[in-house]
Design a protein around this ligand. Structure first.
Ligand code: M6R
Length: 613
């Protein structure tokens, strides 16, 4: 989705802005632009295509203003083009704005502004914002210091939808105003000034001290100071937060792509997720959320709500919670959940999983649950993200920044964290024998080591990827937890290789999809649950006898001669096996994408965080 960068300080803004946009490229975009104040005038430079194209714009090297805003656009209203790229200015070129989010009432506002003599040069929803600011500014007869802020505030009151905006004005060449609602925006305090971005990784090079803006909270900056105002324009103090992410964690560190780096970071990420929460012989420590036995005993239903890969992590979370806590759990896709009138009350606990913490559908589902009296718990990777601020409880995965669009280490960390959470609940509720919990803890602590074996399958997986990279359709099958992994493997393959794939519960094959199995088709099976092995093997034999090529990820001793490729991983508790079995599937998707010469980290049409519905 769109990315925002801004700078106000003592240094030349342009290189900092372009650097920031480059760091945000992973979010997905189709055009880019910057605006800076040059000799008390706003100078806008923008174009369709990559951020690197900006360097070809005549005169860009000569920009030496120290205040600037910048944007990467992912088209929603209007095609990718220079005109539709941000920043946008009002008709008088007094205000420049970059915007993330969607203005839902832009048609109405456009008509209103048109009736008042304003003209529009783009098809975007954003262009109404600078013109609205101008409209309110020109109607305000007081010429005090706060006039600029009042105009921005009035304009935001007219907007319906979501927005994170940065505003510059040639009348206030040393100032920048930013504000957000339901769209992420952070302000970093650097050594030479203030850095603004939609995403923390874009700023790690400059600082780890951040102000995390709330909805309708305005920040007004000059090169040495920052002031915060609420929606009534009452000034207030704001706490600065130190984000512990390492700057190098957002770099490739010698890997060809972020995705490969993040796949290989999984042992470390899982160690960080476990942290000090889980120790043998002790109760799990979630002192940060303090859920009481009294409250937990009233819960008769848990919903897990998320999108994409995070939802797949939720499917495994369900197994943990139902097995250990004996509470029924439903897993929902956020965009469906919010419109299906789910039965929620104060006896329902709603868990929301989101790597970014900014996924619009997940946030909307969370707000719905709150409004119905349920307690909400967020599982997120991004400190201070929107979802964590909306929910009653938050637990962090601590997987470090995930840059590649295709989620890998966030998934395994989410599964681990849900496992630890289920043990924590089970300890409070005394719902599972303590020996069973102790064994599970031991298995969780062994995961970082065991995942190394899964990573060691790289060469074999690469060979298979070479063999099948030209295929059009691939099937993934599995039973129980293995089916959950099949879903995730299939999503990874679709996302980055653009190969059509389907994931089926093995037992469902005979109910329809087996009609599609013919000579040469690839069927990928996950086979880790001892209790289901025989039945699963029968399903694989059925596809082999119809001519399928087989790629099997298993912790069992299967004979290589019966299958095309057998990828051996370590044994663990069946609840935890998705963490080990997903890795070869992540690698398979990665190597197929490489074989096809695709952009692994930035697949077409996709964005890292989906901040619009
Ligand atoms: O940031 P979130 O975890 O809320 O994102 C949810 C999905 O958009 C995300 O997992 C998506 O499916 C990934 N691209 C999967 O690789």
């Amino acid at each position: 989705m769109c990315g925002i960068v801004g700078y106000i300080g003592k240094q030349t803004a342009c290189p900092i802005l372009i650097n920031g946009l480059t760091a945000l490229e992973y979010r997905g975009y189709d055009s880019a632009g910057i605006a800076s104040i040059e000799n008390n005038k706003i100078c806008v430079m923008k174009d369709k295509g990559r951020v690197s194209n900006l360097n070809n714009i005549k005169g860009i090297n000569k920009l030496d203003g120290t205040v600037g805003i910048a944007h990467t656009r992912w088209a929603t209203h209007g095609k990718p083009s220079k005109e539709n790229a941000h920043p946008h200015m009002d008709n008088s070129e007094t205000f420049a704005v970059v915007h993330n989010g969607i203005i839902e009432n832009y048609n109405e506002l456009r008509n209103f502004l048109t009736d008042n003599g304003y003209k529009f040069l783009s098809q975007t929803d954003t262009e109404v914002i600078p013109n609205l600011i101008h409209y309110h500014f020109s109607k305000d007869s007081y010429a005090d210091d706060n006039k600029f802020l009042r105009a921005v505030n009035q304009a935001t009151k007219d907007l319906k939808g979501s927005f994170a905006i940065e505003v510059l004005s040639n009348l206030y060449p040393d100032k920048m105003i930013v504000v957000r609602k339901d769209s992420p925006l952070v302000i970093g305090k650097g050594t030479t000034g203030y850095h603004i971005a939609s995403d923390i990784p874009a700023l790690l090079e400059y600082t780890r001290d951040f102000y995390l803006l709330n909805d309708y909270e305005f920040a007004v900056m000059d090169k040495d100071s920052i002031k915060f105002y609420n929606e009534n324009l009452v000034e207030h103090e704001k706490e600065i937060k130190n984000i512990e992410w390492d700057a190098s964690a957002a770099e490739k560190n010698g890997y060809e792509d972020y995705m490969l780096k993040e796949i290989f970071e999984q042992p470390i990420a899982i160690r960080e997720t476990i942290g000090s929460r889980l120790k043998l012989g002790e109760h799990c420590d979630f002192s940060d959320i303090e859920i009481s036995k009294e409250y937990l005993s009233t819960i008769n239903k848990i919903f897990i709500v998320a999108c994409g890969t995070a939802m797949h992590a939720g499917l495994t979370g369900k197994k943990f919670l139902e097995n250990l806590c004996k509470i029924p759990v439903e897993v929902d896709i956020a965009s469906e959940f919010r419109y299906r009138n789910p039965i929620i009350n104060e006896k329902t606990l709603c868990i929301f999983i989101s790597q970014s913490g900014e996924t619009a559908d997940t946030i909307a589902a969370l707000k719905l649950c709150k409004s119905k009296g349920a307690k909400t718990l967020a599982v997120s990777n991004v400190i201070g993200s929107s979802i964590t601020r909306e929910s009653d409880y938050t637990i962090y995965t601590h997987a470090g920044p995930e840059i590649a669009v295709a989620s890998t280490k966030a998934y395994t960390s989410q599964v681990v964290l849900l496992g630890i959470l289920a043990i924590y609940f089970a300890e409070i509720l005394e719902s599972t024998d303590s020996k069973v919990l102790e064994d599970l803890k031991k298995d969780i602590l062994d995961l970082p080591k065991k995942i190394e074996t899964s990573l060691a399958t790289t060469d074999e997986v690469k060979k298979f990827a070479k063999k099948i990279h030209k295929e059009k359709d691939v099937f993934f099958i599995g039973r129980g937890s293995d089916y959950n992994v099949a879903l995730e493997g299939s999503l990874k393959l679709k996302e980055i290789s653009y190969i059509h794939s389907e994931a089926y519960a093995s037992g469902e094959l005979k109910h329809g999809p087996i009609a599609l199995i013919e000579k040469g088709i690839t069927v990928i099976s996950i086979l880790t649950d001892e209790n289901l092995i025989e039945k699963s093997i029968s399903n694989i034999v059925e596809v082999i006898s119809r001519g399928a090529k087989t790629f099997i990820v298993t912790n069992q001793n299967l004979s290589n001669s019966d299958f095309d490729t057998v990828i051996k991983i370590e044994k663990t508790n069946p609840l935890l096996s998705p963490i080990l079995s997903v890795v070869p599937l992540q690698l398979l998707a990665y190597f197929i994408s490489k074989e096809k010469g695709l952009d692994v980290d930035k697949p077409r049409n996709l964005a890292k965080s989906v901040t619009v519905e």
